[in-house]
Write a protein that binds this ligand. Structure first.
Ligand SMILES: NC(=O)c1ccc[n+]([C@@H]2O[C@H](COP(=O)([O-])OP(=O)(O)OC[C@H]3O[C@@H](n4cnc5c(N)ncnc54)[C@H](OP(=O)(O)O)[C@@H]3O)[C@@H](O)[C@H]2O)c1
Length: 339
């Protein structure tokens, strides 16, 4: 019989909840799945009741794989318990930003750079959601013609902020329908029937950019293993419940056309091409939400530069952008004999 693993999911917000669904849907070889959060309680998820345990260092005793979906920062689960879990023998797969650029930590999208897992020291990072969907679409093209520069604008759903923001959009829509003044608590501006070019904090490292935009630049370089790729991002929060969209302009070193890119992407792992503008066929967040692929459409030659294309990509930020990618990392490590 093939090996089964003792799994822990840390955090039970938007991502942790999806993680549990993905583990079950993919029939992950788990002999047990425990759920940790800040406080112990019972939680019902997809018709199943979980006894949530309080996260402590001792809770990781006997855990083989710990997938972290807690909040980021000094009080977040990853900084408090991540390396302690590794010291207790667990493989940690972390969804947050705290250790993504740490040289000890592979930053992995299995379709793009699974080889990086061989260097692991027990702690693996899942990239940012907006980066994951972009690199799934771009890595196969990079292999063919080497990317020189990327200019990306994102249209990011509120689920990317977590449960509180999903509730905020819903509450604001309901308030507006009732003729009441909507309250903005999670975001600096009303999000219902609005949008704003602001995700994360103002960056110290790259003045003028917000941190989400900096993540897209540095994570893309680390995943594609090419520190010379130029990336400039503008990240926009839009009033969509789930699934992020991106317009991506990509300049290549070698010859690349829209027709060639379409052919490469048609057989690329994790990618589904929907690209027939005459029939209004292109991906949308509504169609991508709840599904696994990165959808790509509107692939066209940039009329202003040679060897440069534009494309539109859409993916479920909670699934491929977080929970699914983390579970795929664990599956890949098992397949590679690393766990
Ligand atoms: N949402 C996305 O699209 C997305 C995409 C990629 C990555 N991520 C990352 O994934 C992580 C989770 O995001 P989310 O959207 O699911 O957040 P969320 O909805 O706010 O949920 C956070 C969860 O983490 C738990 N938690 C926080 N601090 C903890 C601690 N010190 N110890 C144990 N548990 C702790 C909370 O516990 P309680 O329930 O007890 O409060 C809660 O269950 C974040 O790092 C986020 O940046 C999110």
């Amino acid at each position: 019989m093939s090996k089964r693993y003792s799994v822990a999911v840390v955090g039970i917000g938007a991502v942790g909840t999806e993680m549990l669904k993905v583990l079950h849907q993919r029939q992950f070889p788990a002999k047990s799945i425990r759920v940790f959060a800040r406080s112990a309680r019972a939680e019902e998820i997809a018709g199943k009741t979980y006894q949530v345990e309080e996260t402590t260092p001792e809770a990781f005793n006997g855990v083989d794989i710990a997938i972290f979906a807690g909040t980021e920062g000094a009080k977040g689960a990853s900084q408090l318990y991540g390396w302690q879990a590794v010291a207790k023998g667990a493989i940690v797969i972390d969804n947050g930003d705290d250790f993504r650029m740490d040289p000890r930590v592979p930053l992995v999208v299995p379709e793009c750079n699974a080889e990086a897992l061989k260097q692991h020291q027990g702690f693996i990072a899942n990239p940012n959601c907006s980066t994951i969907q972009m690199v799934v679409a771009l890595a196969p093209l990079h292999r063919v013609a080497r990317i020189r520069r990327i200019v990306v604008s994102s249209y990011q759903a509120v689920s990317g902020t977590g449960r509180s923001a999903i509730d905020e959009l819903q509450n604001q829509v309901t308030a507006i329908e009732k003729g009441q003044e909507p309250k903005a608590q999670v975001y600096p501006h009303r999000i219902a029937f609005n949008l704003f070019p602001h995700i994360g904090r103002p960056s110290d490292e790259m003045p003028g950019y917000y941190t989400e935009e900096v993540k897209m630049r540095r994570e893309t370089r680390k995943i594609l293993g090419d520190p010379e790729i130029q990336v400039s991002a503008t990240c926009v929060r839009v009033p969509v419940f789930n699934a992020h969209s991106e317009t991506v302009n990509v300049q290549f070193e070698k010859k690349m056309s829209a027709a060639q890119a379409r052919e490469v992407l048609k057989s690329a792992p994790g990618v589904v091409v929907i690209d027939d503008p005459a029939k209004a066929a292109y991906p949308t967040p509504l169609m991508a939400s709840g599904t696994d692929p990165v959808y790509v459409g509107r692939i066209r030659d940039d009329v202003s530069l040679p060897n440069t294309i534009d494309l539109w990509c859409v993916s479920d930020n909670i699934r491929k952008g977080a929970a699914l990618n983390a579970v795929q990392i664990a599956e890949k490590m098992i397949e590679m004999g690393l766990i």
